[in-house]
Design a binder for this molecule. Structure first.
Ligand code: AMP
Ligand code: MG
Length: 283
């Protein structure tokens, strides 16, 4: 289902972002009722998270990338509103600290990946090292060029060790970015969101789009797929990301439940033995 709602990038695909409409809305989702649908998806996500957490078999890693104002923060706020905060771990990656910069680019990322049972959310990620770093020539070309392969190896390692990985690119148009920045200027209550660097970055729009195309083309794999999310409509963006997360987690539901039932049986059997030997008082 989710492939009609948004676009999963097939391994080896040469992505041209112009071919993907940031305004796209699948006819099965309507603006009216979107909140209720998101509420239902959120409830199911909460239940699935409880199983993920209890089964301790897998971790889940969601990577969020997108241009400034594309809605990374808003997505986290809305999509995870019904998930138990105890089972969630959000990490926002900023300009590397001196300590981070003194290590390889994946050092800080690996340190932040979710352990088994946890849903990890990356607000920006290892991909900044082939995006902002490339656009601003922060390292030589031969260094950023080999990072695509290094990222693929790293993500394979995580997947081999039980991490379910989903990567979402929030695709907005330049006009939509203009409108969102303008809204921040016009609305005094939103002015705190203004970051002068977002305005300065706008002139690099085309360079960023090109850098995103390469990251999406070179780093979408079966074990760590990229999804292009039509993100001009915030309500739609939230719905399709929630739907994709739920669809993905549902595939593991039976496995997690079977595991928990088995554990429950073992615990009950152990308790019965204790009772038989009269070591449990009052039960
Ligand atoms: P924000 O997400 O608005 O808090 O901004 C975080 C800033 O950190 C953005 O401008 C990113 O491009 C920047 N950033 C994140 N990771 C890196 C990196 N590896 N190298 C350079 N800048 C980065
Ligand atoms: Mg920003």
């Amino acid at each position: 289902m989710s492939n009609d709602l948004l676009w999963k990038v097939p391994e080896g695909e040469h992505v041209k972002l112009k071919k993907y409409d940031p305004d796209y809305v699948h006819p099965s989702f309507k603006r009216d009722g979107a909140e209720e649908t998101l509420g239902n998806l959120g409830k199911e996500m909460g239940e699935l998270q409880e199983l993920l957490s209890a089964a301790q078999h897998h971790s889940l890693l969601m990577v969020l990338q997108g241009m400034d104002t594309s809605g990374k923060d808003g997505t986290i706020r809305h999509v995870f509103s019904q998930v138990n905060p105890q089972g969630c771990h959000v990490v926002s990656f900023k300009v590397p600290t001196p300590e981070e910069a003194a290590h390889d680019f994946l050092w800080r990322i690996h340190n932040a990946v979710p352990p088994k049972g946890v849903m990890g959310i990356f607000n920006r990620s290892q991909y900044e090292d082939v995006l902002v770093v490339r656009v601003h020539n922060l390292v030589p070309e031969d260094v950023w060029k080999r990072r695509y392969k290094e990222i693929n190896h790293f993500e394979k390692l995580l997947a081999d060790n039980g991490t379910i990985i989903l990567k979402f690119f929030l695709h907005i148009s330049q006009d939509e970015q203009t409108a969102r920045l303008q809204a921040r200027i016009n609305d005094k209550d939103k002015a705190w969101k203004i970051s002068s660097s977002d305005f300065a970055e706008r002139k690099y729009w085309d360079d960023y789009q090109k850098a995103y195309e390469d990251a999406l083309s070179q780093c979408s794999t079966d074990e760590a797929p990229w999804y292009i999310v039509p993100a001009n409509h915030k309500w739609y963006r939230n719905l399709v990301i929630a739907q994709t997360l739920v669809d993905t987690m549902r595939k593991y539901k039976d496995e997690w439940k079977a595991d928990l039932e088995e554990r429950g049986r073992k615990e009950l059997a152990a308790l019965q033995q204790l009772r038989a030997s009269n070591e449990v008082k009052g039960l």
